[in-house]
Design a protein around this ligand. Structure first.
Ligand code: C2O
Ligand code: CU
Ligand code: CU
Length: 488
């Protein structure tokens, strides 16, 4: 009971009560599965894009496309303020690019499809790490091939650390675990061959099996204490509704762009493709050999795995009985919310989906299909704007914006934002028929960035636009009153 109260209050620097194992009798012992893979940390400054045959399932090999030879690729760990440099060498027989999802980098370092690396060529990515401490990721971004390359194994974790975060009391080391979550279709064969049918091209590829850090049926042995789990939804299209099978609550401490100002207690959270959420979970009551499972709960009316909202197992946590970390800071990283009154312009973005291909494409933004050489909008540097993203149809779309972190203001479908929408965001789920408003500002780089749906099949179908961040002009400065401006 004491422990429960502690969690409800959002975390306090004590946790002495060790609950009786009886309390977790609803969880059950587990004897099967594969130990969770923890990707190696990137050593050196080169990353090869290449195909490999890897032991995804013990005892057999699976053909993969990788960044760095493993699925996921090596985890990149940097400190804010560092100069990050890596040479990506393309040993594939097709072009690729690497995008540093969530990081604010100069446009020519952003992995834009115009900047592809041809087979046997290489490209040096080099930028200063400006982002706050947080959980970011990297993946390919070539024109119409992002879904295929990511699906077959090209993706990795990118962790930024900084002093503000280091000064907090949070679980570290083995108690700080990044979990890159992806669903894949393995029914009918243990392969990662990418071959979407017409339904997958309309809805996105939805798998029957969840892999965590490239591990099927993963489990992690956990000590009796608090764990910081950095959850990354790197699925092509699967929206996760994450919860533990015993209904236990957990603390949300961060989202896409770093830590929240304080933790929020929930017992489930949605996580759309490309979003991240950081949670602190308490495994103190887990006795030796007892397990608790992380699942994606059902939502909507899905009856088969190939539909959005189908219930899936994600991974399990098995108690070791050892002593663990027992406290977290109550105050995390305070941040100043943007004020709606400070926004100088309102932009409307409409998401258009048609069940019948229009001009060969199902998915559009503001009525247009992506053209990588066309600029669809111009945004003045440093100007705070209010963007209203409206979904005209019933399918949900995770909308991602490059080159910045923004703040969600509100949604037409809920009275109160969930923790996954609090704090700094680069991806926001826009549900069917919903309008989501965000406050956004671009700084410090001018140039071309992307806005797109992070359902990768939608992205590859052209549900993406280019916008240009431009130097401010006298005209921008003269516009004191917010004006309505269509992105079109
Ligand atoms: Cu994670 Cu434009 O992508
Ligand atoms: Cu991105
Ligand atoms: Cu979409």
């Amino acid at each position: 009971m004491k422990r429960r109260a502690f969690i409800r209050n959002g975390g306090l620097a004590i946790a002495t009560a060790i609950a009786s194992p009886l309390l977790s009798s609803r969880s059950h012992a587990r004897s099967v599965g594969n130990p969770l893979r923890i990707p190696a940390t990137l050593a050196g400054s080169s990353l090869e894009a290449k195909t490999v045959a890897a032991e995804v399932w013990p005892g057999s090999t699976t053909d993969l496309m990788t960044l760095g030879g493993t699925w996921p690729g090596p985890t990149i760990r940097v400190r804010r303020g560092d100069q990050f440099e890596v040479d990506v060498v393309n040993r594939l027989d097709e072009s690729t690019t690497v995008h540093w999802h969530g990081l604010v980098v100069p446009p020519d370092m952003d992995g834009h499809p115009m900047d592809v690396i041809a087979p046997n060529a290489s490209r040096r990515y080099s930028f200063e790490v400006l982002n706050r401490a947080g959980t970011y990721w990297y993946h390919p971004h070539p024109h119409e091939r992002t879904a295929a390359q990511t699906y077959q194994g090209m993706a990795g974790i990118f962790i930024v650390e900084d002093d503000d975060e280091q000064n907090l009391d949070l679980p570290r080391g083995a108690y700080d675990v990044p979990l890159l979550i992806q669903d894949r279709i393995v029914r009918g064969g243990r392969t990662l061959v990418y071959d979407p049918d017409s339904i997958a091209r309309l809805n996105g590829t939805l798998g029957d099996t969840v892999f965590v850090n490239g591990t099927p049926d993963a489990y992690l042995n956990v000590d009796r204490g608090l764990y910081r789990l950095r959850l990354i939804n790197a699925s092509n299209a699967r929206i996760l509704r994450l919860a533990f099978n015993d209904g236990r609550s957990f603390n949300v401490i961060g989202c896409d762009g770093g830590l929240l100002d304080r933790s929020h207690v929930v017992n489930e959270t949605y996580l759309a493709p490309a979003e991240r959420i950081e949670i602190v979970v308490d495994f103190a009551a887990l006795a030796i050999g007892q397990s608790v499972e992380l699942r994606s709960l059902a939502f909507g009316s899905a009856t088969t795995y190939a539909q959005q909202g189908f219930e899936l197992a994600v991974m399990s946590f098995v108690g070791t009985g050892g002593a663990g970390h027992s406290s977290i800071s109550q105050t995390l990283i305070p941040h100043e919310p943007f004020r709606i009154d400070d926004a100088r312009k309102t932009q409307s973005i409409t998401l258009d989906t048609s069940p019948i291909p229009l001009g060969g494409h199902h998915h559009k933004i503001n009525g247009v299909v992506f053209d990588m050489h066309r600029i669809d909008a111009r945004i003045p540097l440093d100007e705070l704007q209010l963007w209203e993203i409206t979904n005209q149809h019933t399918m949900s779309h995770p909308i991602h914006i490059h080159g910045t972190q923004f703040q969600v203001v509100d949604r037409t479908t809920v009275a109160q934002l969930a923790p996954v929408d609090m704090g700094w965001k680069d991806t926001v789920l826009v549900a069917g028929k919903e309008t989501v408003r965000v406050l956004i500002r671009f700084s410090p780089f001018v140039g071309t960035y992307l806005l797109h749906c992070h359902n990768l099949e939608h992205e590859d179908d052209g549900m993406m636009i280019n916008f240009s961040v431009d130097q401010r002009t006298a005209v921008d400065d003269a516009q004191a009153i917010p004006t309505k401006l269509d992105l079109r």
